[in-house]
Design a protein around this ligand. Structure first.
Ligand SMILES: Cc1cc2nc3c(=O)[nH]c(=O)nc-3n(C[C@H](O)[C@H](O)[C@H](O)COP(=O)(O)OP(=O)(O)OC[C@H]3O[C@@H](n4cnc5c(N)ncnc54)[C@H](O)[C@@H]3O)c2cc1C
Length: 397
């Protein structure tokens, strides 16, 4: 028999990575009773490279977490180099929106830092718990059913359930959240970790039909990645003996100079990859529920912006839920406001992402990268100008 908790949480969040832990952190700091259910155990990695763009760094800085991220050994990235057609242009990361660095911490590091901060703020985070369904009353979501790693069933009651459970969100499927915007899904990203040479900040290699790069990360390693259309990656995969061999071939074709440098490096991980990455925007809320992060908005990895999207939307949602929970706003007005703000915030970069994932000719690809960079700078400035939710509790901690 499921054990039903008599206690009714303000919010149950499903998923404890970028979107879920950030939402819980801010809600807890604003004084709400939040439970987070995560089926994985932390610390653990997930299928993702992990460059945090300036807007994501602004969020980590505003929430008081950037020092911990840097203390983990994730290097402060202060220069970015673009290699195009045999020419290289290096730019220093300037001070803007209150930050002067980029960073690419391993997900096992970043997600644990945000989850620990949420726990320290009072959120009840439970790992090894899989949400199996939603509970309804009179058309409204009123909680979740779940099971622990030993198979024991449990139920939690809440005023709101937040689906921060990623692309294949069970919450989104259970409520039948509509996909409001659907782009194509032909992009693929493959990556692996290397140790050996000195890394010189982020590097990007643009070639016809491919985009590759270097993100220096924890433990002296770098994440080396290649984005391409899925059919291109599949062709190379079919002609190679293994995924590792295919990655070598992808890299040699996309960035021969980098592949040459890596001959003196050791690969420290298996190659991982994702194919047919969707570009889609889902309906973000309904009676008693809301979606945040990849569960609500997924884009190709080519812009490396998913973590930053999750951090931005976590704050938009937490502030909306705070208004509803305090009775300052009608629930529908609060959540419709969240959806509107999210959709406005994503519009430009979503369009650029779809454009880049089409792999236009190199000159057009570079022009889109320049637009992306300006859009991220504008987003970072807008986030930096917002009041920090739960700032008082942050000051006390
Ligand atoms: C190959 C690749 C490369 C990428 N590179 C970058 C990059 O460089 N920079 C960047 O910013 N973004 C990148 N992204 C995107 C980024 O990984 C995502 O946008 C980000 O992880 C979204 O965070 P999230 O919290 O919404 O979802 P997720 O990270 O997917 O987390 C969802 C969590 O929910 C949990 N969960 C799911 N279902 C249940 C359930 N039923 N019960 C309990 N728990 C559940 C999962 O265990 C998981 O921990 C990349 C993505 C891919 C695929």
């Amino acid at each position: 028999m499921p054990t039903s908790h008599q206690h009714r949480h303000d919010v149950v969040v499903v998923g404890a990575r970028a979107a879920g832990s950030a939402t819980a952190l801010l809600l807890a700091r604003m004084g709400h009773d939040v439970a987070v259910l995560e089926r994985a155990q932390f610390p653990s990695d997930t299928l993702s490279t992990h460059s945090v763009s300036r807007s994501g760094v602004v969020q980590l800085s505003r929430w008081g977490l950037i020092d911990q991220v840097l203390a983990s050994g994730a290097p402060a990235v202060r220069q970015v180099t673009f290699h195009v057609g045999g020419e290289s242009v290096t730019r220093q990361v300037k001070q803007h929106a209150g930050v002067d660095l980029l960073v690419a911490p391993r997900r096992r590091v970043l997600d644990a830092i945000v989850a620990d901060a949420a726990q320290a703020a009072g959120a009840d985070i439970r790992f090894g718990i899989t949400v199996t369904g939603l509970r309804h009353d009179d058309g409204r979501v009123v909680g979740v059913t779940a099971r622990d790693s030993a198979g024991a069933a449990l139920e939690l009651d809440s005023r709101f359930v937040v689906g921060a459970d990623g692309l294949r969100s069970r919450v989104a499927r259970s409520v039948g959240a509509a996909i409001d915007v659907a782009g194509h899904s032909h992009g693929a990203t493959h990556y692996a970790y290397y140790v050996g040479p000195a890394w010189h900040g982020h590097e990007f290699f643009v070639a016809d039909g491919t985009f590759a790069g270097v993100f220096p990360t924890n433990d002296g390693e770098a994440c080396i990645w290649v984005c391409s259309p899925t059919d291109h990656a599949d062709r190379i995969r079919r002609s190679a003996a293994s995924l590792d061999g295919a990655f070598d071939d992808m890299l040699a074709a996309a960035a021969p100079e980098l592949a040459g440098r890596l001959r003196w490096a050791s690969r420290t991980s298996p190659v991982r990859g994702a194919r047919h990455l969707p570009n889609q925007v889902r309906q973000a809320f309904g009676p008693g529920w809301a979606l945040v992060g990849d569960a609500g908005y997924h884009r190709d990895a080519i812009t490396g912006h998913g973590i930053s999207d999750a951090f931005r939307d976590a704050e938009l949602l937490a502030v909306a839920l705070d208004g509803a929970l305090r009775g300052e706003l009608y629930e529908i007005a609060a959540l419709a406001g969240y959806q509107r703000q999210r959709n406005e915030a994503i519009r430009e970069i979503f369009g650029i992402t779809c454009g880049l994932a089409d792999f236009p000719p190199v000159a057009e690809f570079v022009a889109l990268q320049k637009r992306l960079s300006r859009a991220i700078e504008a987003e970072a400035a807008a986030l930096a100008a917002r009041p920090v939710p739960g700032r008082r509790q942050l000051a006390v901690a």
